[in-house]
Ligand binder design. Sequence first.
Ligand SMILES: C[S@@+](CC[C@H](N)C(=O)[O-])C[C@H]1O[C@@H](n2cnc3c(N)ncnc32)[C@H](O)[C@@H]1O
Length: 243
Amino acid sequence: MTVRSVTSNQDDIYKNLEAVVRKYAATTFLRPVADHTREAFDKASDFVRSFYGARATGRLDLVLDSGCGTGESSLHLAKKFPNVPVIGIDKSAVRLSKAGNERQLEVSAGGSCDVPANAFWVRAELLDFWRLAIEKVDAGEWRILHHALYYPNPWPKESEATRRFHLHPIFPTLLRLSPVTELRTNWDIYAREFAEAAHVLGNALSLRFKVELGAFDPENPETAFERKYQSAGQELYKVLVSH
Ligand SMILES: C[S@@+](CC[C@H](N)C(=O)[O-])C[C@H]1O[C@@H](n2cnc3c(N)ncnc32)[C@H](O)[C@@H]1O
């Protein structure tokens, strides 16, 4: 039996979603980028360059794992994209301190081994990191093959809805970063909102986003939260936005 996950005073998608997404489609998020994220971004960028070494000519491919928490998902992504640097980003030093620990390596690699050479973690603020990353993408220096956004904070109170990534001025940047954005969540309303916001943004910007939404039941959970939600019998949802 599956159980409902998130307690919220919303029983449907946010009523002003279309107006909010349209407003932010036409504006730029201008908050100054924090120095610590700029430094973290430079470290990530150096990692990507040094991963390719002498092969680093032209546009460099990478994968982002945004809000990676304890970083377990970055190991799974590093396995799925073995020849591509995977950058896990989170603002929590405590969670990141667990990244690449023995237990994670066991579950992700099926046996204890070293941290894969293509996995790297940085502590940073996503809203700033993404704005620095889009500059690299727009300059033709980076191609983000896959952008994982697994179980972001849901901000379930309706009064806090505009803190959700898809109801925030960062959303156009977020969806432009990669041809494939994969959201996972345990809240059906969050998944439906994210998908609807992608449709609205696509229409507002005349971009063709393909949006797929569905429930899924992972054979092997790939993140700490995924494991927790699955063992509590909660339904899990995935939204894929591609362009
Ligand atoms: C619910 S946890 C999910 C963690 C991980 N993806 C998982 O599934 O186990 C959300 C994570 O996003 C991080 N986070 C939330 N907002 C962030 C932001 N603006 N910048 C960086 N990290 C953020 C939190 O620190 C937290 O680790």
